[in-house]
Write a protein that binds this ligand. Structure first.
Ligand SMILES: [Mn+2]
Length: 405
């Protein structure tokens, strides 16, 4: 039985006994505006809320299917089998573990926490379990034929606190990366980038990993209202806490009105590299895409990709918390993502800020679903030995068609 539930009557008894016998129990100083967190509570760590597995038969480590039919009755990411432990990942030699991290307090607006389940459910007319079985038309690789991929379930989180949700997410991402599997984290809001990347540097070493960050926004904001983490601050935390060297941080797609001058100066001072929509407007996407690829391969030994879906134009990603006009097109982003994920040094990937509650017409779920597959296709390409930048399938591009007799 859940330990919190079972303890509640006891807690109520103790509290009422104290109320009768002593001064009224106050946890808040009447002069103080804040209620402190109780850091002594036994269940403050969401990992304490584990299911009692003794009621299930023992099993050998490995993959768990989601049903007996081709189209599974139990929903998982892309209809993939389930894995629950690092032992499962090791036993099945899993290449990629996709996990959900349903956090949405980081921007004070609920909905992004529903992102993982929206992707698992697929959309009307799109059965996600069929995706990946046929070759990607541009490169001729079917990711499900090459990769062992699983749904690793959701991270435990504290639904009442962003701050307290950071350590359990970090622990779960770390346990995937530690066995050599690539973690793919589905958010959730962008506060997640902090525990995700910290977990990756726990495994691969501080300042040994570079980050490619797709986003309309700066996300290196200063603390707000005393909060040191929110969906607007993960970069500042990662750089100032020494996880990522500024010069190995590459931003793509900045636009709108954030940051202002101070933010750009902070990025210059810490040697971050950035590619704004202004640069793309001036130089064109192909040129900038090439610069990003060159920078990604210049420096750190490993690479992490953090993808805020609002980097794409709201025409394609309306279902997100902070849409920003004038963004990238799927047609521009997909080849870059495929190329980045096909690099051997890419060791982790997150997709954040999908909010299905404000997604009319399932557009955002559709495009997010596809961008995830662009990365999975890239990972499959490297496993198949296709490493040429900008590779295309000779069968499907016109200039490779043989001349008529
Ligand atoms: Mn963001």
């Amino acid at each position: 039985m859940n330990s919190v539930v079972s303890r509640l009557p006891l807690v109520a008894l103790v509290v009422s006994a104290l109320a009768l016998s002593q001064e009224p129990l106050t946890v808040v100083d009447p002069e103080d505006r804040f209620i402190p967190l109780d850091n002594e509570s036994e269940d403050r760590d969401p990992w304490a809320m584990m299911r009692d597995m003794s009621q299930f038969p023992e099993r050998e480590p490995g993959l768990i299917p989601t049903g007996r039919l081709w189209a599974p009755g139990v929903k998982s990411f892309f209809g993939l089998p389930i894995a629950l432990t690092p032992e499962d990942l090791k036993a099945a030699e899993v290449d990629v573990a996709i996990m959900g991290a349903p956090i949405d307090m980081g921007y004070g607006f609920r909905g992004a926490g529903k992102g993982p389940d929206a992707l698992r459910a697929g959309i009307i007319g799109l059965d996600s379990s069929n995706s990946g079985n046929l070759p990607h038309m541009h490169v001729g690789v079917a990711w499900k034929r090459s990769l062992v991929a699983v749904d690793y379930g959701n991270s435990p989180i504290d639904y009442l606190s962003t701050e307290r949700s950071m350590p359990p997410v970090r622990k779960m991402v770390r346990e995937i990366a530690e066995v050599g599997t690539i973690p793919v984290i589905i958010g959730g809001d962008h506060s997640l980038e902090y525990p995700n990347v910290a977990a990756i540097t726990d495994v691969y070493g501080k300042e040994n990993v570079g980050v490619i960050h797709f986003d309309a926004h700066f996300d290196a904001g200063t603390p707000e209202g005393g909060h040191l983490i929110s969906h607007g601050q993960p970069i500042r935390r990662l750089v100032e806490d020494g996880h990522i060297a500024g010069k190995n941080y590459i931003q793509v797609g900045l636009r709108g009105y954030w940051p202002g001058e101070e933010g750009f100066e902070w990025m210059r001072e810490h040697e971050l590299r950035y590619h704004t929509m202004a640069e793309i407007e001036r130089d064109g996407w192909d040129v900038v895409m090439d610069r990003v690829m060159n920078e990604a391969l210049d420096g750190p030994e490993y690479l992490y990709i953090s993808f805020d879906i609002d980097v794409l134009d709201p025409a394609f990603m309306p279902g997100t918390g902070t849409p920003e006009s004038g963004g990238l097109l799927p047609r521009e982003v997909f080849p870059l993502l495929r190329n980045l994920c096909s690099e051997n040094k890419m060791v982790g990937f997150d997709v954040v800020e999908l909010n299905p509650l404000v997604d009319p017409g399932y557009t955002t779920v559709l495009n997010t679903h596809r961008l995830l597959q662009e990365c999975l296709t890239g990972i499959a390409m490297r496993k198949e030995g296709i490493t040429e930048r900008g590779y295309h399938n000779p069968l499907t591009v016109e200039d490779d068609r043989p001349d008529p007799e």
